[in-house]
Design a protein around this ligand. Sequence first.
Ligand SMILES: O=C(O)CCC(=O)C(=O)O
Length: 275
Amino acid sequence: MIDKRTFDEQGYLVARGLFDADEATFWRDHFTRLREAGEYPGDVVGVDPSSDDPLKRYPRMIHMHRWDEIALDWLLEPRIAHALTTLLGGLEPFAVQTMLYFKPPGARGQAAHQDQFYLRVKPGTCIAAWMALDPCDEDNGCLEVLPGSHDWPVLCTIPADTRQSFTDVTVPLPDDLELVPVVMEPGDVLFFNGSLVHGSKPNRSDRFRRSLVGHYIEGDARECALWYHPALRLDGSTVELEKGVGGGACGEWVDRDGRHAIELTGVSVDPRTTE
Ligand SMILES: O=C(O)CCC(=O)C(=O)O
């Protein structure tokens, strides 16, 4: 059941068993076969099968829906479309990105961030559908979220610890706020708001942690960052949006009467590409 109230309160919702295990196996095998066969448009770091870095042997794939029919069909899949439309209050979103994270054993995670920092949707925000293709748990670096952070503005970033994270920026968090792990089974889909702080730790297990991710934007948006064009309606047709420039005002933590608060006092630079 797609529980909009929980999504609105927490900023995320896990739709358990939205797809069955056989379907997840099909997508897992399809994309693993493609990855092992070569390089594709959207590979931002290239593939090096002899590298010591697991993420160079299995870098994530990006925007596969632009050249792979199976990825496009998944991005526009009616069960995802129904869930997104319900969570967004009835208005169909536009689809803008696919990604496949392989996260092999020993791979670094991704430092805590907000997707809206990259997508810069206006007005409104983005929403992600993150589907587990393997069992995802704390050992293999499942996704972690900070419940309730979806109400925050985009925070100013600071450098991330690149021994733990393959991305180099993160958001600062007060000491008493901690991300919570989201343990998932293949076929479960985590939907989360574009401002929700989320990330993942390294894979400390001997198992892959593969996930297929779609990024969408609210259907009344007029603009999003250049990297995500063209946006698609859920029937697959293209919608013309303004090419937004990233960067601009961002939030910084301040102490207000002994409590943490965020003020829009910072300015961030345009990240130019994807998260
Ligand atoms: O899968 C991960 O470890 C990170 C994914 C993520 O941050 C995203 O899809 O926005």
